[in-house]
Every structure is written in structure tokens, then in C-alpha cells.
Design a binder for this molecule. Structure first.
Ligand SMILES: NC(=O)c1ccc[n+]([C@@H]2O[C@H](COP(=O)([O-])OP(=O)(O)OC[C@H]3O[C@@H](n4cnc5c(N)ncnc54)[C@H](O)[C@@H]3O)[C@@H](O)[C@H]2O)c1
Length: 267
């Protein structure tokens, strides 16, 4: 594992570790925490993508380090948390934004797809959290998980992804209750369709010869009708940022929708 250490300017600066930090929501979250004066530790599978984000944070003197790895391995999750906490001397928040999408008929799902989606979206998220608990208990910190509107309701044709996110939603509640006596809060955000590389890859991989039509058909499901648009990664990052603040102290065990109402019910 490569670790690149840039700052550690004073014990008072709060520290966030972000998984999926090379991705759309993860990188926007890194920028938001850096703008808010926190130091940021980054992890992802995508090393070039991490370098771009790291460069921006370095210029702001907010980079704790880059800790790349495939988080499907439990030992990698543990190593990433250990190295990030040791480089920064503390950990105040863990944001789990690593994730993968799949869709397709259930009776055509291959075991490898099930394993990949559950291992990234659920297993990695759990074992990062587990490794972070002692550090977060020491700082009265918090965890913010990335669930989804698919963690609140089933999405036809995306049973595996829905299963992974439904599990994240309930894992968030259970961990919140378990960790409350230790002063650690645990919440999740549940975005609708967010304009990120994941959404664009979805359209390319599953939109056949009409990726634009795939995206348009998603927007047609929104209650805003012809005013519908995708959520911006920065809007999700703002909610994550809020949940990490002291003013969010009463909020734990929550799964907060940010989805233009798509999960609110039928129209
Ligand atoms: N984009 C959306 O519409 C949307 C909606 C709801 C929820 N989400 C969730 O938000 C989170 C972030 O999604 P995003 O849209 O930013 O996606 P993204 O594809 O832009 O970013 C996801 C990141 O996870 C990383 N990753 C994937 N597998 C990994 C592994 N094995 N180890 C380490 N890192 C790995 C990728 O390299 C990527 O940088 C995901 O959990 C996703 O399921 C996204």
C-alpha cells in the first residue's frame, strides 16, 4: 500500500477518512470537508483518480494521505484505517462512499456479480466501520454511509444492488444503537440518481445503443416532471458534511433521503 503523507498541522484539525474518494460523491465530499477546514484521508481502488483529488487537497494543505486498496479484502480495510489514523493521529469521521452498481434479470445474475456488489457495497463498508470504531469512540466521531433510494425501496431489475443498499440502511440503524453508548453517531444518506461516473457508466453499460434514452427514462420517473434533474454530487456532499458536524448531534440511526422524492411513494 502506498501512503503519501502531506500534513498534520496541529492536533485540533478534525480528520475524515473517505472511501470511494476517487469517485463522484467521494471526491465532492473530500472537497467539502477540506473547504470546511478538516484534514482528509483518501482511499479507493482507482489510484490515478485518487491522485487528482489528492493534488487539490494538497494545494489547500488538507491532505492526510492517500491509502489505495481494494476494499473487498477485510485486511485491506483494517490496514487503510490503521494507516490513516496513524498518519493523522485521530479520526473524527468515516464516510463510506465506495460502491458499485449492477442491474439485470435476477435469473441471469452470476455469482461473481453478487459477490462483487455485496463485497464492495456492504462488506467493505462494515469492516471499515468496525476498524474505525476505537478511533471514533476516542473523538466522539461519526460514520456516514452511502445507502440509496434503492436502500429504502426495491428497484425492479436491480435486486442485487437493492439488497446491498437495503442492508446498508439497516446496518446503519443497528450500528447507531450499538455505538451510541460510546458517543459515536452512525447515519446514512440515500441519494436518488446522482450525476457521477457511476450513473454515466450505468447508462453506457445497461442502456444498450441508447445511453441518453436510459438517462431520460430515469428522469421520467421523478415527480418534478419536465423540471426533473439528477442530484449533484456536491449536494450529497453537503448533506454528508452536515451530518458530521456537532450541530447534527441528535441525528443518529437516520437514513436521510436526497432524491427529489423518488422514494416518497407512488404518484
Ligand atoms: N450515483 C448515483 O446515482 C448513486 C445513487 C445512490 C447511491 N449511490 C452510492 O453512492 C456511493 C458513491 O457513488 P458514486 O456515484 O460516487 O460512484 P462512483 O463510481 O463515481 O464512485 C465509486 C468509487 O468506488 C470505488 N470502488 C469501487 N470498487 C471498489 C473497491 N473494491 N475498493 C475500493 N474502492 C472501490 C471506485 O473506484 C469509485 O471511485 C456508492 O456507494 C453508490 O452506490 C450512488
Amino acid at each position: 500500500m502506498i501512503a503519501e503523507h502531506a500534513v498534520a498541522e496541529g492536533p485540533q484539525r478534525r480528520v475524515v477518512l473517505i472511501s470511494g474518494a476517487a469517485g463522484g460523491i467521494g471526491s465532492a465530499t473530500a472537497d467539502r470537508f477540506a473547504a470546511g477546514g478538516w484534514n482528509v484521508a483518501l482511499t479507493d481502488l482507482d489510484v490515478p483518480g485518487l491522485s487528482d483529488v489528492a493534488e487539490r487537497l494538497k494545494r489547500l494543505d488538507r491532505l492526510v494521505g492517500v491509502f489505495p486498496g481494494d476494499l473487498r479484502s477485510v485486511s485491506t480495510c483494517q490496514e487503510v484505517v490503521r494507516e490513516a489514523a496513524s498518519a493523522s493521529g485521530r479520526l473524527d469521521c468515516l464516510v463510506s462512499a465506495a460502491g458499485v452498481w449492477t442491474e439485470g434479470p435476477a435469473d441471469e445474475t452470476r455469482e461473481a456479480d453478487w459477490d462483487r456488489v455485496l463485497d464492495v457495497n456492504l462488506k467493505a463498508l462494515f469492516f471499515l466501520a468496525a476498524a474505525a470504531i476505537p478511533h471514533l469512540a476516542a473523538s466522539a466521531g461519526s460514520i456516514v454511509n452511502l445507502s440509496s433510494d434503492a436502500g429504502i425501496q426495491g428497484v425492479a431489475g436491480a435486486a442485487v444492488y437493492s439488497a446491498s443498499k437495503g442492508a446498508v440502511t439497516n446496518l446503519t440503524r443497528a450500528l447507531a444503537l450499538e455505538l451510541a453508548p460510546r458517543g459515536v453517531r452512525v447515519n446514512a444518506v440515500c441519494p436518488g440518481d446522482v450525476d457521477t461516473p457511476m450513473l454515466r457508466a450505468q447508462a453506457t453499460d445497461f442502456g444498450g445503443d441508447d445511453p441518453a434514452g436510459y438517462l431520460e427514462s430515469l428522469l421520467q420517473q421523478y415527480p418534478q416532471a419536465d423540471r426533473a434533474r439528477f442530484v449533484a454530487a456536491e449536494e450529497v456532499a453537503e448533506l454528508i458534511w452536515y451530518l458530521a458536524q456537532d450541530r447534527a448531534t441528535p441525528i443518529t440511526g437516520a437514513n436521510l433521503s436526497i432524491d427529489f422524492g423518488i422514494s416518497a411513494g407512488v404518484q
